[in-house]
Design a protein around this ligand. Structure first.
Ligand code: 4NP
Length: 146
């Protein structure tokens, strides 16, 4: 799960997917990162922690880290939140195999629509919407691959 800061959107995506993995007892591993390093080592944003908690998901075990080229080998799917994250990750790909792993996460809920998960950092009311969008996408991903 990849966003810009790895404090708002992708920590929610990781937490939501981890919850589905636990519920369905899947042998999947999920992690998250940001294309930027500004918040490395930090907890998720308090607003993401709060909205996750309101859905009974605890994301306070997470710490922000920057996306690494190695992630393109270590993971089967690289799920990005918006066009900027998508392009920044795609730029690091060195093979067709790596490139094909990279997707906009919402394309699993609405194929081909290239819908983005809006960055909620500079507002206060976007977090529940982000949660709902990511929950829908994660549900579709679990249905497709499990
Ligand atoms: P995120 O949100 O990419 O969903 O974690 C942001 C967090 C921090 C910043 C931008 C977006 N920032 O500019 O510091």
């Amino acid at each position: 799960m990849v966003c810009l800061g790895n404090i708002c959107r992708s920590p929610l995506a990781e937490g939501i997917m981890q919850e589905k993995i636990n519920q369905k007892k899947l042998s999947w591993e999920v992690d998250s990162s940001g294309t930027g390093a500004y918040h490395s080592g930090e907890l998720p944003d308090p607003r993401s922690i709060k909205v996750a908690k309101s859905h009974n998901i605890d994301i306070t075990n997470q710490r922000a880290r920057q996306f690494q080229s190695q992630d393109l080998d270590n993971f089967d799917l690289i799920l990005t939140m918006d066009a900027s994250n998508y392009q920044n990750v795609k730029r690091l790909a060195t093979s067709k195999e790596q490139e094909e792993k990279i997707h906009l996460i919402m394309n699993f809920a609405s194929p081909g629509m290239n819908q983005i998960v809006p960055d909620p950092y500079y507002g206060n009311d976007g977090f529940e919407n982000v949660y709902e969008m990511l929950d829908e996408a994660c549900e579709c991903i679990v249905e497709q691959f499990s």
